[in-house]
Design a protein around this ligand. Structure first.
Ligand SMILES: O=C(CO)[C@H](O)[C@H](O)COP(=O)(O)O
Length: 425
């Protein structure tokens, strides 16, 4: 039977224990994740072992040196399996194995970031590891990778049990088992969900009745849009290390969300020629972002809005002035602007379409992704759009779980151990 391993990649031990209790019935192995070990040390392994006597406890040390010492520490603290890095020197791996044999635990070698995972897997088997873990780490997952292709190759080459990890969802977990994985490791998609128990049940079912599910990937832009529709501008800001929104630009209609790639416009205060021409340039689902040299006269109004709607444009962001807002409200179209005035300017045709602009302190290039909601407007550089969307989704998942814990009666400071994590002065 395939085994399910929950990876507790948190920094707070209390929360980790609570989540582990919620899912214990449905998982076989409980992993003390690397962040938890770094935050709480061997105490985290000890607490897990004492709390979950019927489970195998995995210490995800990601050891790269001093294999014997780190394995000894873990084994003495109650770990049944210790994860070391396949990238380690053979001598570290051999020492880790010797220590594991002496202190009574097993070694799982993690292929994360190894340049030749299949060759290394064969060597690791020769060296005597007990498990091999085909793993795509969290940062690399954010670039769109998963472990499936490497898993397919590794399972054909080794006979030790193979584990698999790397942002697995229910379908991928099922597929991995049908490909030959014996341990499925799941972190985020159990631990960071609103209801870890329900999620664990879904994974349990999926791996117990594993099928070769076909994983169909959408186009990159479709995936980005789909993810951004699920998150908020605060989630995106957090994912970008608390990056700033375009300053001073807010929605004309509250409760509207805009997601799409930018068509940029530079124009003069009140000169509405280029903004209106940009409607002809923009494609359905795109967002027109206008930088005006000033905001004393409007460059946008009702008629432009109607024209925009005909083309299926997702929204308009104006670092300048708009008018006809009563009509725009009736049309229910998302326009974000710096200022509302009644007077328009003349269509003189100064400026350019699809050039680099700077709006409210933030650079916007054609093709950058825009996400706008009641909190403001965030710009995501095109090159990092997929990664940032994925990271924003992780932020959201983390908040979903914390929200559920607040609903359970705890304070935010208590949940995230705020006092402990204040910067030491
Ligand atoms: O070791 C890890 C990260 O280095 C994680 O524990 C592992 O990737 C499983 O978590 P997720 O399902 O979120 O990828």
């Amino acid at each position: 039977m395939p085994k399910l391993q929950v990876a507790l990649d948190l920094v707070e031990l209390k929360r980790a224990v609570e989540i582990a209790k919620e899912v214990a019935e449905y998982v076989d192995l409980i992993e003390v994740g690397t962040p938890l070990i770094k935050s709480e040390g061997m105490n985290a392994v000890r607490v897990m072992k004492k709390t979950f006597r019927n489970h195998e406890i995995v210490a995800d040390m990601k050891t790269i040196d001093t294999g014997a010492l780190e394995v000894e520490m873990c084994a003495k603290s109650g770990a049944d399996i210790v994860i070391i890095l396949a990238l380690s020197n053979d001598s570290t791996i051999e020492e880790a194995i010797r220590s594991a044999r002496k202190y009574g635990c097993k070694i799982m070698a993690d292929l994360i970031n190894h340049p030749n995972p299949v060759e290394r897997a064969k060597e690791l088997e020769e060296l005597g590891v007990d498990y091999i873990n085909v793993h795509v780490g969290i940062d690399v997952q954010m670039l769109g990778y998963d472990p499936i292709e490497i898993l397919k190759k590794v399972v054909k080459e080794v006979s030790v049990p193979v584990a698999v990890a790397g942002g697995l969802d229910v379908d991928r977990a099922s597929l991995c088992v049908s490909l030959g994985a014996e341990i499925v490791i799941v972190g985020s998609n159990i631990v960071k969900t609103k209801n870890p128990k329900e999620s664990a049940i879904k994974f349990r079912k999926a791996i117990d009745s594993a099928k070769p599910v076909e994983i169909v990937r959408k186009s990159l832009d479709e995936e980005i849009r789909e993810i951004l529709m699920q998150v908020t501008t605060p989630n995106v800001s957090d994912a970008m290390h608390r990056a700033k929104a375009i300053e001073g630009i807010y929605p004309i209609i509250k409760g509207k969300k805009v997601v799409g790639k930018a068509v940029t416009v530079y124009t003069m205060d009140g000169d509405w020629a280029k903004p209106v021409e940009a409607i002809d340039v923009a494609k359905a689902g795109e967002v027109i972002v206008i930088k005006c040299s000033g905001d004393s006269s409007a460059v946008w109004g009702e008629l432009a809005t109607r024209s925009c709607m005909n083309k299926g444009i997702a929204g308009v962001i104006i670092d300048g002035a708009v008018r006809d807002v009563d009509e725009i409200v009736k049309l229910d179209f998302p326009v974000f602007a710096r200022k509302v005035v009644p007077n328009a300017g003349e269509p003189k045709g100064f400026g350019e379409i699809n050039v680099k602009i700077v709006c409210g302190g933030v650079e916007v290039n054609p093709g950058d992704w825009i996400i706008a909601d009641d909190n403001g407007v965030m710009v995501i550089p095109q090159k990092r759009a997929y990664e940032i969307a994925r990271r924003a989704l992780e932020v959201k998942k983390h908040e979903d779980r914390i929200r559920a814990e607040i609903e359970g009666g705890k304070t935010l400071a208590e949940i995230i151990e705020l006092y402990k994590w204040e910067k030491l002065k």
